[in-house]
Design a protein around this ligand. Structure first.
Ligand code: CMC
Length: 433
């Protein structure tokens, strides 16, 4: 970041002295006003619930231009990464800042594949859950539990420890997500196979049984890989900020990622793909769309068009375009072009894109509008969709966590507040209250 020649000057109508604050420029995107001295100089905080105008860190990982509908990982457009490379290539890029050459890619793939197994003791954590537990609750628990197994790599101040933990998290997430699924349906856990690609191995752990091996279908594996690439990082979203905040206290990376998973679970964030599919199922048929849209527009109802709208994208989500393409490919491969839910989704998308309510609010489909349909076609149960998102986003969380730990400006995250409660008062004896 560089200093701008322009300064921000904050003036007050009560005649208090104005305050000059530096402005910094990034490489692209909005400049920021450095308000760090504001409290010391004025005794005031800024008020910004939801971080609508607040940059909480500087970062060189992911850039989004919400008005243009642009998403870049380390400067590379998501379209090029999704069309030309695989998920582990994006992982390498997010983690290390540059794309790997052929030898680096081979080595990285090899290293990740050598960390895919989890400690055999982990199965007992799974067995403690009810079979019908939500996979996100299982993942919060089991990912956090990983910290108990890797005391050899928990020193966050040691770069080598950070590296090893990062690889372990990326490598073990598919194993844990697949274990959560197998446990929920009462099938035996399937061990990873290291000669398969990252995504093919996940499909194997999900769909093989001791009696029958999963036959790798390249179109379906490629679709899953694309879901992972598109969800890998998304700058300072709610779960990433959660990971950063948890990590700012010096907590170990497994604990931080477990915190990220908890945040991702919410329906306004990672839970949206599950919610979008449930919404389509509850609408049921194209004839019911007008009534559904009426409810969405009704200020007194809490109904939302799930899979539409985004805090940052005020244009078509670039990930949604790619996911829409994948949706067509997967349904064609499986002969499901006439799938009623897909037809319903397309009709709903068309109506919403032409409706004044959505147009005037710049509400466009986001990636989750389509990713649920793709995942359902891949055979992934609805309850596991957010788990797949967590598996993809783990690399983003880990890369952002690593960046934060190495940032000399990093401090423990400690937001302030505008206090609106009672002033000091005395406790009366209970009989006088
Ligand atoms: N359906 C109906 N109305 C909507 C929707 C929606 N999906 N999204 C926003 N609006 C309306 C909202 O009611 C408000 O209208 P008004 O100005 O009349 O009060 C206006 O649009 C602005 O909305 P907002 O709530 O201020 O926007 P936000 O930036 O705070 O919310 C959001 C972003 C993603 C939480 C919201 O769009 C939403 O809840 N969408 C549905 C859930 C969803 O698909 N989430 C996935 C996001 S992408 C994956 C991820 O990153 O996790």
């Amino acid at each position: 970041m560089t200093n701008s020649d322009t300064k921000a000057i904050l003036t007050f109508s009560d005649g208090s002295a104005p305050l000059e604050m530096p402005i910094y420029k990034g490489t692209v995107g909005p400049d920021v006003i450095d308000i760090r001295k504001l409290y010391a100089a004025t005794g005031m905080f800024t008020y910004d619930p939801g971080f609508m105008s607040t940059a909480a860190c500087n970062s060189a990982i992911t850039y989004i231009d919400g008005d243009k509908g642009e998403l870049l990982y380390r400067g590379y457009p998501i379209e090029e990464l999704a069309n030309q490379g695989d998920f582990l290539e994006s992982c390498y890029l997010l983690l290390n800042g540059e794309l790997p050459d052929a030898a680096q890619k081979l080595e990285f793939d090899y290293t990740v594949s050598r960390h895919t197994m989890v400690h055999e003791q982990m199965q007992f954590f799974f067995r403690g859950f009810r079979r019908d537990a939500h996979p996100m609750s299982v993942l919060v628990g089991t990912v956090g539990a990983l910290a108990s197994f890797y005391h050899d790599s928990l020193d966050i101040n040691d770069p080598r420890h950070r590296e090893v933990s990062a690889i372990r998290l990326i490598a073990k997430m598919p194993t844990l997500v697949a274990m959560a699924y197998k446990y929920s349906i009462g099938q035996p856990f399937v061990y990873p196979k290291n000669n398969l690609s990252y995504s093919a191995n996940f499909m194997h752990m999900m769909f093989s049984t001791p009696c029958e091996e999963y036959k790798v279908n390249d179109v379906l594996v490629r679709a899953l890989d694309r879901i992972l690439i598109l969800h890998a990082d998304h700058e300072q979203n709610a779960s990433t900020s959660t990971v950063r905040l948890a990590g700012s206290s010096g907590a170990n990376p497994f604990a931080c990622i477990a915190a990220g998973i908890a945040c991702l679970w919410g329906p306004a964030h990672g839970g949206a793909n599950e919610a979008a599919l449930s919404m389509l199922e509850s609408i049921g048929s194209v004839d019911n769309i007008p009534e559904f849209i009426r409810q969405v527009k009704d200020k007194n109802s809490s109904v939302k068009l799930m899979g539409f709208g985004h805090r940052v994208y005020k244009n078509y989500d670039p990930r949604a375009k790619l996911m829409r393409e994948t949706c067509y490919e997967v349904l064609a491969e499986l002969g499901l072009e006439n799938d009623p839910l897909f037809k319903l989704a397309m009709a709903l998308e068309k109506i919403a894109l032409e409706d004044e309510y959505f147009v005037s609010r710049k509400l466009y489909p986001n990636v989750d509008f389509y990713s649920g349909i793709v995942q359902r076609a891949l055979g992934i149960p609805t309850a596991l969709f957010t788990g797949i998102f967590a598996m993809a986003r783990t690399i983003g969380w880990v890369a952002q966590w690593k960046e934060m730990i190495s940032d000399p400006e990093q401090k423990i995250g400690r937001p302030r507040q505008l206090f609106i409660g009672e002033k000091t008062r005395s406790v009366k004896p209970i009989e006088q209250r």
